[in-house]
Design a protein around this ligand. Structure first.
Ligand code: ATP
Ligand code: MG
Length: 390
């Protein structure tokens, strides 16, 4: 008899009419994620996804670690399997949840009975096992209204299962249910976090990175690919689009006033990103911009960069403090890579005195020295794609 894993769906349950397609997506994502671990039976019932190993010797702790990164799962539990017999169920609860029962101030037992042939009702079984547990753990009170620990029993076709309080899942919505977007991924701390936050809303991402070889090194490019790879457990498989940006930066440096370098450069990035979005059916652009963090992130500068595209620009970090962003980066595992000291294409051409409140008409005038369409076209022709599996 194998233990099983139960995944509680989060917000999906609020989705009314779309619920089925949300559930199907979640199950498909879970299936894909677990393919490498062995064979499972995976299905949904009553807002719960059941993950049952079909073969022994699967390391369920590793499976749980992987499932903790699947969006759309609010909480998960590993449930201990036992015989469908009241005393065996009590034995499993005492053995498997003994430490939790000893530590909790109060508990209750809750039973779900999928196998209706089981001779006791759910209430009878809860009372029977609850009574025995109360005797076995005399210091733990029974509290049916507000227990610290809920001992859950499920009587199912193949076996009975026992589990305690669930652990937190990744939350959000299953990747794919909210369409696709291009995310502008630099080597910094912010954009991996913005990518994570939008993926968590059910969006499948195409990361786009601009590099300026030889001003930025091969290592800088590899750093971005490592960051994207670190995102795959959350976002699923990613294909990174690497865009050569050197010619554009050189043209800007040669032809535009220095105080507008950054904002013009970002306008070119947005145009290229939008073009990649259009060819891939993406409905939005995602950036790691944050109000007031640097000169190019004032409201005036954001207007100038957003103005060149018609797709919505999602900026999930806009109102966060740097410290909040760093906490996210640590939590999702990208922080240590983000702080590696490789130069970014923005920093190489940073003007000494950037305009913090650029006027749109001045920027447009400064940019008119460039053949924007030709530069965009040329950059798009040089795109290199790297596919990253989880
Ligand atoms: P990050 O930490 O994400 O690099 P940042 O605070 O350094 O952000 P900027 O360098 O102004 O801010 O960049 C703002 C946003 O523009 C980034 O979050 C990212 O979405 C995008 N961006 C910047 N540089 C690049 C690049 N080389 N390739 C792709 N996107 C980029
Ligand atoms: Mg940056």
């Amino acid at each position: 008899m194998n233990d099983i894993i139960l995944l509680k769906q989060g917000e999906i349950v609020l989705k009314g009419g779309n619920r089925r397609s949300f559930e199907d997506k979640l199950v498909a994502n879970v299936r894909r994620r677990l393919r490498a671990f062995g064979e499972f039976e995976i299905y949904t019932m009553q807002s719960t996804v059941y993950v049952e190993p079909k073969v022994p010797n699967i390391d369920l702790n590793e499976v749980i670690e992987a499932l903790k990164k699947v969006f759309g799962v609010a909480a998960l539990s590993r449930a201990r399997a036992c015989e469908k017999d009241p005393d065996a169920i009590f034995g499993a609860a005492r053995g498997y949840l003994g430490a939790d029962l000893g530590a909790a101030g109060s508990f209750k037992v809750e039973t779900k009975r999928a196998d209706k042939r089981f001779p006791m009702t759910s209430i009878e079984l809860s009372q029977y096992v609850g009574g025995l547990l109360a005797d076995a753990f005399p210091d733990t009170r029974v509290d049916v209204h507000n227990p610290e620990l809920t001992v859950c029993i499920e009587v199912r076709e193949r076996a009975a299962y026992v589990h305690g309080n669930p652990i937190a899942g990744a939350g959000g919505l299953p990747v794919g249910v909210n369409g696709r977007a291009v995310t502008l991924l630099s080597g910094g701390i912010d954009s991996p976090v913005s990518s994570y936050l939008i993926a968590r809303r059910g969006v499948q991402l195409i990361p786009v990175h601009f590099f300026s070889f030889p001003y930025t090194s091969q290592l800088a490019k590899e750093k971005v690919l490592s960051l994207a790879k670190l995102l795959t457990p959350w976002c699923g498989r990613l294909t990174v689009e690497l865009v050569p940006f050197t010619k554009i930066q050189e043209a800007i440096r040669k032809k535009c006033p220095e105080e507008f370098f950054t904002v013009i450069m970002r306008r070119l990035m947005m145009r290229i990103a939008e073009s990649i979005a259009d060819s891939n059916g993406c409905k939005a652009l995602v950036t790691g911009e944050n109000l007031g963090q640097v000169a190019s992130q004032t409201m005036e500068a954001l207007r100038c960069t957003g103005e060149v595209v018609s797709l919505p620009v999602l900026r999930p970090l806009i109102g966060l403090d740097k410290q909040d962003i760093i906490e996210y980066a640590r939590k999702i595992g990208t922080f240590e890579t983000s702080i590696l000291p490789y130069e970014d294409c923005c920093t190489v051409f940073t003007p000494r005195h950037p305009k913090t409140r650029p006027r749109l008409e001045d920027v447009i005038a400064a940019e008119s020295a460039l053949d924007v369409d030709a530069l965009v076209k040329q950059a798009l022709e040089g795109v290199e794609r790297v596919r990253l599996d989880i």
